[in-house]
Ligand binder design. Structure first.
Ligand code: MLT
Length: 243
């Protein structure tokens, strides 16, 4: 399996040949998506554009939908939820379609929506996504972080390194690391694998979250490695379902 990693959507080359993408936004979009689907949400539809989200969600009965919106780490006015994995509990999300827009994570989904296979991964479902990739025997996999407004983020690279290191330890497949972004991510994982929550708190977005309020429970949730087995998979363009 050839594995590459790009920090943010704009770094992905135009004519990429990969058919499989793994989108990562540890703090917090892909953690929230994994938790929501794990707690019984029917699906999560991601939008980079808020007007489109409002238009499409208005076509759904209000009792069957949840609007989740975040900018700058904060919940958007008029939305049911902000982007917190601890808010998407079973009683809130079960059987609902979540219409979601976040500062960075949903842009990454927009970049890869035409890929044949798209998965959402964070630390909580790293092993589940890794096992899925191994079982599918994908030849080329692109891992895409979300960063912050176009720039690098520590925690997404940590998770990219965690995925690569899981895949490299498998005897089922041989893994080739295709770019230095991924070599660096693996080195980062080696540095921080025994203190995941420390890494999340040290990251600039982790510091932003600490500045705007108490996010201790979010950090705890986002750092629970291999805690859930849900693999969010794109089955319709821009819409993720649980495998
Ligand atoms: C994003 O998409 O930028 C993040 O998930 C922001 C956040 O922590 O809510």
């Amino acid at each position: 399996m050839d594995l590459s990693y790009y920090h943010v959507a704009d770094d992905v080359p135009e004519n990429i040949e990969e058919e499989t993408a793994v989108v990562i936004d540890v703090l917090r979009a892909t953690t929230t998506i994994a938790c929501a689907l794990n707690n019984g949400a029917a699906s999560v539809q991601t939008f980079a554009d808020l007007d489109l989200l409002k238009k499409e969600s208005s076509l759904w009965p209000s009792s069957e939908r949840i609007l989740l919106g975040e900018r700058g780490g904060k919940k958007l006015e008029g939305f049911d939820l902000g982007n917190s994995p601890i808010a998407v509990t079973k009683d809130v999300v079960e059987d609902k379609r979540i219409f979601m827009s976040t500062t960075n994570g949903t842009r990454s989904f927009a970049r890869v929506r035409d890929f044949k296979n798209v998965y959402a991964m964070s630390l909580v479902n790293r092993k589940a996504v890794g096992e899925k990739l191994l079982s599918q025997k994908n030849d080329q996999v692109l891992i895409l972080g979300s960063g912050w407004e176009g720039s690098y983020s520590l925690e997404d690279s940590l998770a990219a390194g965690a995925l690569a290191s899981f895949l490299m330890s498998s005897k089922q497949n041989s893994v080739q690391i295709i770019n230095d972004e991924l070599n660096a991510a693996i080195a980062l994982w080696t540095c921080w694998e025994t203190d995941l929550i420390g890494c999340l708190r040290k990251s600039t977005h982790g510091q932003r979250l600490q500045r705007i309020g108490n996010h201790d429970q979010d950090f705890l949730c986002c750092s629970e490695l291999d805690n859930i087995s849900t693999v969010p998979e794109q089955r319709e363009k821009g819409i993720l379902f649980s495998l």
